[in-house]
Design a protein around this ligand. Structure first.
Ligand code: DOR
Ligand code: ZN
Length: 345
């Protein structure tokens, strides 16, 4: 297949940061995607409705004129979130979900939940209100190997939560393991998962090819090839429990190329093109539209997009670096070929 036209996609997991940095990255997503779920892990985190709405306004103000991209906002769940805030969220259509970070699991997660028992009453309310709960599914204990943190979370935290709250609507974000695929497949229709481009295209060898590769470091960390293959099979299966969430997570070049480099891969400048590459690898380009454009909207109970985009199989080279506010950022595949190009969007 040399050309592909399908319904305009949405990105169900995205980081756009703030200020000048946000201005540099948000258009990469807005040029292609109709909507995106905006992650709340700012400094300080987005914990109130007022913060979420102000952040939304700032994103809208950064868009090129005429662009109709819709940021779908989320709140950051903390030990101190109140039931009143959840009720407000339910009545605010611009804010569509609440994000659970185990404290310390990733970038700006220090305000995350320290102990699930502290938010048990909130989970009850989140279930009752049918608010989507977006989960960063990794345990944080230093005794647990970093490659096992997702499977350990599923067994010891997620499963007990879903046993207690069987109608909770959960998106297990950026899944990385065969165990996560199997768990989501076995779960109810209330349980879904997003899958990133980088976890579909890379295994953990990419962290160490010829030397240490900070631009391939993200959380959850890349896993073995068997896990990548399980993710690829899930994404291309046509099962609506799996949908597109890039987790494009921009950090300045200096913050990545450091003695303690940040986690996050900036895939937004070629996100849909990279998904096309992964789906083509699996001989499943016909399954891309459902994954990218239908199943996420269906899960969030939003309407599907109606216009289309067109990709052509023609290679182009990703720039070596891009501007990120006042500084530079190294995008995924910097200086390398991307097989597909968007020719109309
Ligand atoms: O790699 C990651 N980067 N994983 C996350 O969970 C957070 C994200 C970020 O915000 O940089
Ligand atoms: Zn993320």
């Amino acid at each position: 297949m040399q050309q592909l036209t399908f319904t305009r996609p949405d990105d169900w997991h995205l980081h756009v940061r703030e200020g000048a940095a946000m201005h540099s990255v948000v258009t990469a997503t807005a040029r292609i995607f109709s909507r995106a779920i905006i992650m709340p892990n700012l400094k300080p985190p987005v914990i109130t409705m007022a913060q979420a709405l102000a952040y939304r306004e700032a994103i809208l103000a950064a868009l090129p004129s005429g662009n109709t991209f819709k940021p779908l906002m989320t709140l950051y769940l903390t030990d101190h979130t109140t039931v009143e805030t959840l009720l407000e969220l339910k009545n605010t259509p611009e804010v569509v979900a609440i994000k659970y970070y185990p404290a310390g699991a990733t970038t700006n997660s220090d305000s995350g939940v320290t102990d699930l028992r502290k938010v048990w009453h909130l989970l009850e309310k989140i279930e009752e209100l049918q608010i989507p709960l977006l989960i960063h599914g990794e345990v944080t204990a230093s005794s647990v190997d970093i490659f096992d943190r997702e499977s350990c979370f599923i067994e010891h935290i997620l499963d007990p939560v879903l046993q207690s709250f069987p109608t909770l609507r959960v998106v297990l974000e950026h899944i990385t393991t065969l165990q996560a695929v199997e768990y989501v497949l076995a779960g109810s229709d209330n349980l879904a998962a997003t899958i990133t481009t980088h976890h579909l295209l890379l295994n953990r060898n990419a962290l160490f090819t010829g030397g240490i590769r900070p631009h391939h470091y993200c959380l959850p960390v890349l896993k073995r090839e068997i896990h990548r293959l399980a993710l690829l099979e899930a994404a291309t299966s046509g099962n609506p429990k799996f949908f597109l969430g890039t987790d494009s997570a921009p950090h300045a070049q200096t913050a990545k190329e450091s003695s303690c480099g940040c986690a996050g891969i900036y895939t937004a400048p070629a996100a849909i093109e990279l998904y096309a590459e992964a789906f083509e690898q699996a001989n499943a380009l016909d399954k891309l539209e459902g994954f990218a454009s239908f199943y996420g909207a269906d899960f969030y109970r939003l309407s599907r997009n109606t216009d289309t985009i067109t990709l052509r199989k023609q290679a182009w080279t990703m720039p070596e670096s891009l501007s990120f506010g006042e500084v530079q950022i190294i995008p995924f595949r910097a200086g390398e070929l991307i097989d597909w190009q968007v020719v109309s969007a």
